[in-house]
Design a protein around this ligand. Structure first.
Ligand code: ADP
Ligand code: ZN
Length: 226
């Protein structure tokens, strides 16, 4: 089912690494026809393509630090300029600093828009390192797996597409995940107050099942866009 969204929604997903932002963003994309914009994916694309932005971002990302606002804003603006984003977007992993949040507010105001809703995925920090450190995805279809929490039914074969090649992010190890969690608390968690002040914050308990969380997010987006 593809629910109809009348005004272009600008949805922000906030939460530490491992909270499930990417998983939920992909589900919302399918359900509401919104476009998922992941700055992590955009930056990994730039790294793979060897662009100047990618070269500058690579070392920072491998250490679990935050890429400079300048670079992140440049890749985000380039993506936002593409026409498919007019349907509405889910920002996954952006904004991550006060500077990025302020820049986003300005960018949207120029388009006569503002943030529709900022969903904060509330999780137990203690579980996040283990979630991130064990995860991998199917290289073919992008289905997500985990060494202990969600193995493939048959070793080495994707349940979803039968593919046999898998990918693991260079930064998905315990040490880097710890640095990313620290960066989240120092730079990103304070944005929760920013969106609360704007009256668009929606905190969601995100320690339940993927389907249960998706249902909660769906209700919030329906309410925010009707
Ligand atoms: P996660 O949310 O699981 O940590 P992402 O894929 O969103 O992973 O991001 C991976 C890395 O890309 C981050 O650790 C950071 O180095 C960089 N990055 C992504 N988005 C931003 C951003 N908005 N600002 C700065 N750095 C970012
Ligand atoms: Zn697959």
């Amino acid at each position: 089912m593809n629910d109809v969204v009348t005004t272009p929604a600008i949805v922000i997903l906030l939460g530490p690494p491992g909270a499930g932002k990417g998983t939920q963003a992909r589900m919302l994309e399918d359900r509401f026809g919104l476009v998922q914009l992941s700055t992590g994916d955009l930056l990994r694309g730039a790294v793979a393509a060897g662009t100047p932005a990618g070269l500058a971002a690579k070392t920072v990302m491998e250490a679990g630090g935050l890429v400079s606002d300048e670079i992140v804003l440049a890749v985000l603006k380039e993506r936002l300029a593409q026409p498919d984003t007019a349907a509405g977007v889910i920002l996954d992993g952006f904004p991550r600093t006060a500077g990025q949040a302020a820049a986003l507010d300005v960018l949207l105001a120029e388009r006569g828009q503002s943030v529709t809703t900022a969903i904060s995925l509330e999780v137990d920090d203690a579980d996040m390192i283990g979630r991130v450190a064990g995860r991998f995805t199917c290289a073919e279809c992008g289905e997500g797996y985990h060494d202990t929490n969600k193995r493939t039914a048959t070793d080495g074969v994707c349940d979803n597409c039968g593919g046999t090649a898998f990918k693991r992010r260079a930064d998905d190890n315990a040490e880097t995940a710890r640095a990313r969690l620290t960066a989240y608390h120092a730079e990103t968690a304070p944005l929760i107050a920013h969106y609360r002040k704007l009256g668009v914050l929606e905190p969601v308990d995100a320690m339940g099942s993927i389907a249960g969380i998706a249902a909660a997010l769906g209700k919030i987006i329906e309410r925010a866009t009707s």
